[in-house]
Ligand binder design. Structure first.
Ligand code: CA
Ligand code: CA
Length: 222
């Protein structure tokens, strides 16, 4: 599961992050909001545990500003306060978060990995990719960006890029998650090319936690 932020605005209705994340980044509000999201994700893990779904991984997106302002301590205290076992919390970082301060981020990621946190590179292939850093990052997972996934089955160039990323990840011992999977054609292509995990509207749309829990608690479960 991935924790996604929404804002129920009194006049404009339900807003997705593209409507407000930039201003949160600029104002520095992203740090307390990011901290809140982290704690909320961990709090929801406790609810999942109570419902017998405590083994499900929860991914949280983090920004560069959080790394600069005590992310490691925030994460360590969340792990402690909510008794999160190893392998449950995953942090998703974009390439630009890493490139903002590579040495510091790599050091902090190593500390977090040692504490049982999984690390994923988000939107892979769209940022300032540096394969040299990819080698040094303590990663578990690469998330194949939706822009490459979109035209699988139609565009040989996108297929070449996806195939190369999946193979590279395999050789580096990393898992690949494809983002934005919406069709059976994409699903079949990705499965045939060794992509281990898929995410997207084909399986589930973003939903409030209560709805996700209801889906899990149905007879037959997830
Ligand atoms: Ca993400
Ligand atoms: Ca993404």
């Amino acid at each position: 599961m991935e924790a996604l932020l929404r804002w129920q605005h009194p006049e404009r209705g339900l807003l997705t992050p593209d409507a407000f994340i930039a201003v949160c980044e600029d104002s520095g509000l992203i740090v307390p909001i990011g901290r809140w999201v982290l704690r909320e994700a961990a709090r929801h893990h406790r609810i999942l545990v109570a419902h017998g779904w405590g083994h499900l991984r929860i991914a949280v997106n983090v920004s560069a500003a959080q790394f600069q302002q005590g992310l490691v301590d925030d994460v360590l205290s969340v792990l402690r306060d909510f008794e999160l076992p190893a392998g449950i919390l995953e942090l998703e970082l974009t390439e630009s978060v890493v490139m903002a301060s590579p040495d510091n981020v790599i050091r902090d990621m190593a500390t977090l990995r040692d504490a049982g946190v999984c690390i994923a590179i988000d939107d892979f292939g769209t940022g300032y990719s540096s394969l040299a850093y990819l080698k040094r990052l303590p990663l578990h997972r690469v998330k194949l960006d939706r822009s490459f996934v979109q035209d699988l089955g139609r565009d040989p160039d996108d297929e070449a890029i996806c195939d190369a990323i999946i193979r590279m990840a395999q050789r580096l011992g990393l898992c690949t998650t494809a983002e934005g999977v919406e069709t059976d054609v994409q699903w079949n292509w990705l499965a045939a090319h060794g992509c281990e995990e898929l995410q997207g509207y084909l399986f589930a749309r973003p939903a409030p936690f209560e709805d996700v829990l209801a889906l899990l608690d149905r007879p037959g479960g997830a």
